[in-house]
Design a protein around this ligand. Sequence first.
Ligand code: FAD
Ligand code: NDP
Length: 318
Amino acid sequence: MIEDVIIIGSGPAAHTAGIYLGRAKRNPLMFEGFMAGGIAAGGQLTTTDSIENFPGFANGISGGDLMEQMREQSLNNSARILTETVSSVDLSKKPFTLTLESGESAEAKSIIVATGATAKVLDIPGSKEFWQKGISACAVCDGALPIFRNKVIAVVGGGDTAMEEAEFLSKFASEVVLIHRRDKFRASHVLQERIKSNPKIKIMWNSIPVELKGSKFLESAVLQDTVNGEQKSLEVSGLFYAIGHKPNTDFLGGQLKLNEQGFIITEPGSTKTNVEGVFAAGDVQNPHRRQAVIAAGSGCLAALECEEWLSLNSERAW
Ligand code: FAD
Ligand code: NDP
């Protein structure tokens, strides 16, 4: 059987696409992944307790509950969901073929790739233990939490994201310590200047955290000088990684155009990829502003563009 559309992924982008295509009577099939990219089905939001900026939840909602609701809404709108990870695709001919980790395969007229991205973190002692207990990778998501108010917070990285995170956090923290492994930022000049003139932000050049310590929550970081190897302790209540994201695009085997960090390139203002009939939505095609509501919006756009494409190609011999 050739599916009209297969959605790969399980975050807000995938489920929004599932809801719209289900309502359009396309009977979408979704492969939600089984610990794909190291994250449970439901995507990145399943790794956080509190979502306070997704519209519709006046008192916030846990990431797990929000994704459970989205999954149920997809099912209620007749999406079919299989807990399988897509290991490879063949986009060279239509219908497209998808191979699953179980060894099974599936065919589809169109595909929506919504496999998200994973924040890079440092594999150092304490990093896993204090994840979401002082350690985060998203200032906009977690920065306003009470545990960070008027406390010293560290940001690790030297790119545009690190600059933006540090500036955002300086609104809540007593001090932000920006830790960078070199003596030069790679961030744009304008963002660097804003950081350097912000009295609440202190820069620690040539430094990397090598251990994170605490009891219940993060309390301090051991920093190592990258030039002379000296170590010192810094008291911090929060540490935000801003060392880049890894988009989940390896399984595409280079068949879609990617930017240099591996994010899928789509046509401006659209979710269309360089392969006709393949659409990309959510963080996997968004290198800059990764937020759940943006991912959901692009999942909606992907569904509408996919539905239009399927209608225009309804006469095609598959
Ligand atoms: P993702 O959520 O990244 O989900 C994609 C999922 O698809 C993957 O996780 C995996 O389960 C599955 N998958 C991957 N590869 C495959 C494959 N080959 N086959 C099958 N399935 C696959 N945003 C906010 O707006 N508010 C917040 O408060 C907020 N808090 C956050 C807290 C944390 C700790 C993190 C990490 C992010 C947070 N974000 C927040 C950002 C938000 O989570 C993302 O922008 C959003 O989840 C992106 O959605 P997505 O649909 O693109 O995919
Ligand atoms: P980048 O890859 O640009 O920067 C990552 C930073 O983390 C670098 O400074 C890098 O150091 C550092 N880093 C990487 N790995 C490690 C490690 N293992 N230990 C310590 N430090 C590490 O990622 P960003 O998320 O900052 O930006 C991604 C893209 O998004 C860029 O193109 C950026 O321009 C864009 N962006 C644009 C924004 C805007 O225009 N307002 C806002 C946010 C992002 P080093 O420099 O030594 O390599």
